[in-house]
Write a protein that binds this ligand. Structure first.
Ligand code: SF4
Length: 426
């Protein structure tokens, strides 16, 4: 059998589905696409244990490619009708893995194609993958693997897009530098996100006036500064407001909640967040702000000082998987803002959980929140668009907004009544 090369994040070598032991199976709680070829096979498949399969699939009215030609008709409890009560797949058990749809076969593997080369990472919405990604104390590494050329995958993203050349000779260098910055452990993870934003902001400025070779040389110089631990710091920035940040994060969360949250695990996390922060009214109260500060200072910050790799791995996985800086092609800073906003939402919720769970707050809680949050947020394209729209509607330039989202928490002691103008123009 022929092989192919896949550039991969190192944890992929250890991934395997834990099937019945899974706490939040991918076979429940969201849409299950059936590709065109599998759809045809299911219509024809005659097997005593798969009686009724043909009636459990339907054409997808929103299909835009072969991979999502059809879909499974989920049960009222949002479980796949082929998921047995012991959480094993009836199709796989009866006729083998080869009969699974492309989506079922590939998940949670995310495959991108970058300048002709396949890249592989995993979705944090799978609990087994989330543990491998987040709990790696040494940090994520980049490896080259071989796999059977026939192994199925679905291309999530491609760069450059099929219809045009890259036109950006140094973007790989920028991407590598962003990941280096995210893995620079001498800085707070929040500061690393800000440094990444500053780098993109600078590159955008250079883009207008300088030749690619000059930019490439400048990037090499920054890489050297990184290696020596002498990244220039940003001076003279205004002190961002914590209440303002929390109001924005609450609005982003609430925009998702009004769309409905089917994932019970995430609902449980939100219940803990709301309890920990006394998050009951539509307005941010002094009591809620005080609880946030206490939860941060007493439980969250000490825990994260010991386990800083968790959120580093979260950010690195997102940066690599989303093909940053090219998620939002016209403005790389918007892609970075998107990643930073998701990071800030995670941090906000973890502080709420820490405030609620106090000394019981631990690694399992971080994995539980990030996994269920990812499953709820990242697979909701409408919400993702809405989120970017809300961030733009603030009218705050992306770099300043990123600074707002990652500003230090422990140094501030504001009140909820701070008379600053609201961020959101809604
Ligand atoms: S979410 Fe991950 S571990 Fe759970 S059933 Fe799906 S692939 Fe397996």
């Amino acid at each position: 059998m022929s092989k192919r090369i896949v550039h991969s994040l190192n944890y992929m070598a250890d991934f395997h589905c834990i099937g019945p032991a899974c706490e939040d199976t991918c076979c429940a709680g969201w849409r299950i696409d059936i590709d065109r070829a599998t759809y045809g096979r299911y219509e024809q498949l005659l097997h005593p244990e798969l009686d009724g399969l043909g009636g459990q699939i339907e054409p997808n009215p929103d299909s835009d490619r072969d991979e999502n030609f059809g879909r499974m008709v989920m049960q009222a409890d949002q479980r796949c009708p082929q998921l047995r009560s012991d959480n094993l797949c009836r199709i796989q058990a009866a006729v083998g893995e080869g009969y699974l749809s492309d989506v079922c076969s590939a998940f949670p593997r995310i495959t991108n194609k970058v300048e002709g080369q396949l890249e592989r990472s995993a979705s944090l919405s799978c609990p087994a993958a989330a543990r491998l990604i987040l709990l790696n104390e040494q940090g994520i590494r980049f490896v080259v693997m071989e796999e059977e050329a026939e192994q199925r995958h679905i291309l999530a993203r491609q760069w450059p897009p099929a219809d045009r050349p890259s036109g950006d000779p140094y973007w790989k260098q920028v991407r590598a530098l962003l990941i280096d910055i995210l893995q620079t452990r001498t800085l707070r993870i929040e500061d690393r996100l800000l440094k990444g934003a500053e780098l993109l902001h600078a590159v955008q400025t250079w883009d207008k006036s300088e030749e690619p070779d000059t930019i490439s040389a400048r990037l090499t110089a920054i890489a050297g500064e990184l290696a020596q631990g002498t990244i220039p710091s940003r001076d003279g920035a205004a002190r961002p407001s914590l209440p303002e940040r929390i109001r924005l994060l609450r609005k982003l969360l609430e925009a998702r909640m009004v769309m409905g949250i089917p994932n019970r695990r995430y609902v449980q996390c939100l219940t803990e967040v709301f309890g920990g922060l006394a998050y009951t009214s539509s307005e941010l109260t002094d009591d809620s702000l005080t609880r946030y500060m206490n939860g941060y200072d007493r439980y969250y910050a000490p825990f994260m000082r010991e386990h800083g790799y968790l959120l580093e791995n979260y950010a690195v996985n997102g940066c690599y998987q989303l093909l940053l800086p090219h998620l939002h092609k016209r403005d790389p800073l918007i892609g970075w803002l998107h990643l930073t906003a998701q990071f800030a939402l995670v941090e906000f919720q973890l502080v709420g959980m820490a405030a609620r769970l106090e000394a019981r707050f631990g690694l399992d809680d971080v994995v539980r929140l990030i996994q269920s949050f990812s499953k709820t947020m990242e697979h909701a394209p409408l919400y993702q668009k809405r989120m970017i729209g809300m961030l733009k509607e603030t009218g705050v330039p992306p770099l300043a907004l990123i600074e707002q989202l990652v500003a230090p928490t422990g140094l501030e002691r504001p009140t909820a009544d701070e008379s600053e103008p609201p961020l959101m123009a809604m």
